[in-house]
Ligand binder design. Structure first.
Ligand SMILES: Nc1ncnc2c1ncn2[C@@H]1O[C@H](COP(=O)(O)OP(=O)(O)O)[C@@H](O)[C@H]1O
Ligand SMILES: [Mg+2]
Length: 322
């Protein structure tokens, strides 16, 4: 087979589980690390399928402009009509919570009340409307960047005026209502091949901690609570929900991803004490928790590898036996 699967990314470590699964099924692939590699786009792109795994948090690994460069590469691939999984539209959503929420709402999916601020002054001013605890987060995030909980405006003022204030890499900070869940559980719904795969629940009762694999992000500060990204190294807090009931929310998510060029994703939601569901994060470069998957027949990365191989065979006009 001459055609290959091209993996567009900027984090070697995160690709390891995918490498393993692709090798297991003898699927030919090549990695394009767009934090390091330059693509000569005067030529036509090679034949194959292209899987975009660019991450919103690339700047925390020294790849500040990798998403911008990925957009250029995806434009070039799209102009040349290549098959892309998670296309340029998906990338636009990956790097903007504001776009995620606008598109989720368009599909009838509720998101937390959010205000977008472009400087410290507007953060301090806009926070006046909150009567209950609220959080800050970054518009371009991942890894729980800038996610902090404030019980009141006074706490926020002192944080914003302190040297600990972290601005979003795109300059836009979100103020968002805090959804108080009881029990403290959050859910992440995984999609592969544009279809629901499984839902993972995360015990957040000890606070939403930052990823232990990312020690540079562990900053201590009183009065604020830190939240963490879904990280495959945090094992026992993650559990695949058995017999998860497929609701209209899943139908809406599938519609939302298909309308936004997304075929592989993890979407996060939280339920408040009244049972109201709020969706707050869309990840297009999803990782899976191996401990949670141990007791499950459904495997995220294996499903991705099989999906990519099937797409490659389709491109090569080789009949796929279901
Ligand atoms: N509005 C909210 N209410 C309660 N908890 C939240 C809210 N938004 C985020 N969190 C918590 O913070 C974590 C990180 O926030 P998220 O929006 O997923 O940012 P990131 O894109 O950096 O992962 C979530 O997984 C969740 O635990
Ligand atoms: Mg998240």
């Amino acid at each position: 087979m001459k055609n290959k699967i091209y993996i567009i990314h900027e984090n070697n470590e995160w690709i390891e589980p995918l490498r393993k699964e692709l090798k297991n099924i003898n699927a030919p692939f090549e990695e394009w690390h767009l934090g390091k590699r330059n693509i000569d786009y005067l030529d036509k792109p090679p034949q194959g399928i292209f899987y975009n795994r660019m991450s919103a948090s690339s700047h925390t690994r020294g790849h500040r402009y990798a998403p911008e460069y990925t957009a250029v590469v995806l434009n070039w691939l799209e102009k040349n009509k290549r098959r892309i999984i998670n296309n340029s539209r998906a990338l636009s959503l990956e790097i903007s919570k504001s776009l995620q929420y606008a598109e989720l709402e368009k599909c009838g999916i509720k998101t937390p009340m959010t205000i977008y601020c472009n400087d410290k002054e507007s953060i301090i001013k806009s926070a006046n409307i909150f009567r209950k605890p609220f959080i800050t987060k970054h518009n371009r995030a991942g890894k729980g960047l800038g996610v902090k909980l404030f019980k009141n405006k006074k706490e926020l003022d002192s944080y914003v005026s302190s040297k600990n204030f972290e601005a979003s890499v795109d300059g836009v900070t979100l103020l968002q209502e805090y959804i108080d869940a009881n029990p403290k559980i959050i859910y992440r719904v995984e999609f592969v091949n544009s279809k629901f795969l499984y839902t993972v629940e995360v015990d957040a009762s000890e606070g939403f901690e930052l990823c232990p694999a990312c020690p540079e992000d562990q900053i201590e500060e009183s009065n604020t609570q830190f939240f963490g990204e879904f990280c495959p190294t945090i094992g026992n807090k993650f559990r695949i929900v058995k017999n998860y009931e497929r609701s209209s929310l899943i139908d809406k998510y599938e519609k939302f991803i298909s309308e936004n060029g997304i075929e592989i994703a993890g979407i996060e939601y939280v339920k408040d004490k009244k049972g109201e569901i709020y969706t707050y994060d869309v990840n297009t470069n999803t990782n899976y928790n191996s401990l949670a998957e141990k007791d499950s027949k459904l495997k995220g990365m294996k499903s991705i590898a099989e999906f990519l191989k099937k797409e490659l065979l389709l491109l090569s006009n080789i009949k796929v036996v279901a």
